[in-house]
Structure formats: structure tokens, C-alpha cells
Design a protein around this ligand. Sequence first.
Ligand code: PHE
Length: 384
Amino acid sequence: MRTKRSVVGWMSAAIAALAVAGATGMVSAQDTIKVGHYGSMTGKEATFGQSTDNGIKLAVEEFNAAGGFNGRKVEVITYDTKGESSEAGKAVTRLVTSDKVIAVLGEVASTLSLAGGAVCQEKGVPMISPSSTNPAVTRGRDYVFRVCFIDPFQGLVVAKFAHENLKAKKVAVLYDQAQTYSKGLRDEFKKHFTAMGGTISGDEAYSSGDQDFSAQLGKIRSGAPDAIFVPGYYTEAGNIALQARKLGIKVPLLGGDGWDSEQLAKIGGEAIEGCYYSNHYAPDQKGELVEAFVKKYQSKFGATPDGLAALGYDAANILFDAMKRSKSLGGKDLRDAIAATKDFKAVTGTITLDKNRDAQKSAVVVEMKGGKPVYAATVEPTKK
Ligand code: PHE
């Protein structure tokens, strides 16, 4: 009897749920505006995609709650790239051709944004990368935008910090030769640091997914650097820090935005303490927009937002702002509206898109303290 009643109870609840889902499903199929997101939801860079997706979802929720686009709701469709560029191309093709999204948000990793951007450009659908910093991502692609600074600036920021704040004379570099981002940031850092009078005492490479860095670190150690610049992603950076300490290397490691993940301290532990990286924002930074965002994000997701979450939120809000100003939601009109973005007050800074469809913004440097990134300095771009 008990079993029977619960089965009947379950059935009626299920039917009711289906009816509701069916009804809203029909309405949404006609009325929602679809926006795509492609990101590494799994894999070695999983926190990049997950944080970005959370940031986007928060922005969408707020936009819809405030009335959406003339009463129509925005719906985000997210596909996992697993951090692989072949998956990135497939995900964007599916978003554009099957889901018919009006615009695409993503990717984080520059190598993947290059692959996805090629599809958006060919199909005439605007793409906004929240956080890919390699210059090539937007070059020659008038449908591809970003809301972050680019690596020629980020390389300068880290070089300046090493030279002025750490008073480093000799810095060694250990970069990821399989990532466009890492190679570009290495080149920019070397250029700026040597121009400041510094010496590059070692220049070693690894490839994404490598586990053993002892040969490269051994060579770096023999050059006795004052710091080591590791312009890679957090999984390898954490492991490199661990192995460097095992080899008796005590100097600070420096990184770029690719270090930004709660996993960095989980992997690196004590080894990453006192190390620094440049980033787009720091959660403990002062400012009304940052503080409001951190509070809302914490209450929704129960975690402190990293830079990726903030940039995902900003990219989505820039798209919504452009939609409101656009003549139509067609690719060309929307692209023109995004290109006209000016003085948009975002969490990660005030955004004006330049003629290369990039943003010029300040960067922050954070220090790893007690397993968390703590705000250390802000570096402004030089006005052109
Ligand atoms: N800037 C990195 C790239 O272009 C991606 C990244 C951005 C990673 C922000 C972490 C934080 O590949």
C-alpha cells in the first residue's frame, strides 16, 4: 500500500512537472533570445570555463529579472570545449548553425578563441571573448571582440613589477610552447624586461599536460635568477612551483592571468606562497561595482569570484548593452553596436572598445598569501 501510494504520488508530481516544463518550454522555444557560450567546463583548465559560465549566468539572471530584451528572456547555451581547440571549433559551429545563437561568448584560452573566432567570422556572428589576451585573437576578424587587455600590456606589467617592486636583475622564463597565449606573453615579458636593463638568465619550454619539469628547472637554477616567470595555466604553474621548491629554488615565481584559479593554491600549496601574478581584477579590490559583484556572486554560488567570473559577467553585460543599442539582432547590426561600446562601467574596469576590438584597461598584480590572491598593485595602461 505504501509503495503503491508513493508511486501514484510520484506519477502525479511528475505529470505536473512535465506539464509546467512543457508549457514554459513552448514559450521559450519561440520567445527566448539564444546566446552561446563555449568554454572548458571539464579538463585541465576546468575552472576557467566553470567560473566564466557562472559569471555569464549571473548577468543573464539579472538581465531577465529586469525585463530582458523588450520582455523577451535571454537563454544561454553552454558547450564544453574540454580545453581542446578541435572541440572549440565544433562547439561554435553547433551554436551558430543548429542553435542559431545571436552571439557567442568565449573562450578563455587564446588558442581556443582563435579556433572559435574563425567560425564566428566566417558565419558573421559576433563573438566576445571575455579573457583571451593574445593579440591575434581579434586581428583581421571584424566580428571578434574582447573585453580584456592584451598581452603586450600584460607583459609590460609583469616586467615592471619584477624590475620596480621586486628589484629583480635576472629573471628566468619557463613557458608553455603549446599555447599561443604563453608564447606571446613570454616574448612580451622578455622584450620589456631587457629594455628596462634586466637580464633573462634562462629561457625554457614545456608543453601543456607535461608533469615533469625538473630538467628545465635544473637549468634555470644554474642561472641563479632573482625570480622565475611562468606564463602558463594554473595546473602546470602549481606543479612547477612544487618541483622548483623540491629542487631548492626559493625565489618567487611570477605569472600572468593564466594562474587565476582556486586550484593554483590547491595544487601548489606552500610552494606558491609569496608568488605574484598579474590579473584583470582582485576580489579584495575597493570599488562599488567590484564589491556589489562579489557579494551577489558569493550569495548565488557560495564562492569568491575569480577574474574569469568577473570577465564572463562583464562580457555578457556588454553584449546586452549592445543589443539594446542595436538596430536589430542580426549579426552585422549587432557587431556594429558592440564595436561602438564606449565608457561601459564594468566590474573589471571601464571598457571602451578600440579599433582593433580590444579593451584598454588597467591590470592588477596579486600576491598569493594564505592560499588566496591578495591585491598588491594596480598598473595603468599608457594612454595612446
Ligand atoms: N589570458 C589567457 C589566454 O589568453 C586566459 C585567461 C584569462 C586565463 C584570465 C585566466 C584568467 O589564454
